[in-house]
Ligand binder design. Sequence first.
Ligand code: 4NP
Length: 154
Amino acid sequence: MKILLVCLGNICRSPLAEGVLREKLPGDFFVDSAGIISVHEGKSPDERAVKTASNHQIDISNQRSRPITDADFENFDKIYCMDMRVLNEVISKIKNERHHEKVSLFLSATGEGIQNAEVPDPYWGEMDDFENVFQLLDSACHKIAAHLRNELNN
Ligand code: 4NP
């Protein structure tokens, strides 16, 4: 099963989520991330995101920012968006109704009935904001990984 995590710039939230979710889903899963803007294309994640992940023994330094493409809607099984702006932008790119059901808000995928909850953007914040986002992502990814394993085995 292939999972794509999407945020605005693909240098803070979705690279962290990619690092965390990949650790929790070894084996039959492929985890990648993308952004909706291309200004950071080809760049490493924000150094504060790299440091925060490294504080938790996760190396995201080899990731490179890229914008979401039309092919992603075909290639991935799940496309999880970090906030409403990103979700709306991703939905606006859908050209095939079949792709619609792949797309949802990341925190809704925890299966806890959380609706419209967003992962806050730490880009304009401090290291504390990155750590808080890491904790939110780690807890959500734990639940999402359990759901996806379950879905794959049923
Ligand atoms: P991200 O954070 O969407 O979590 O990667 C941001 C990255 C870049 C910008 C904003 C948010 N930006 O304005 O360039």
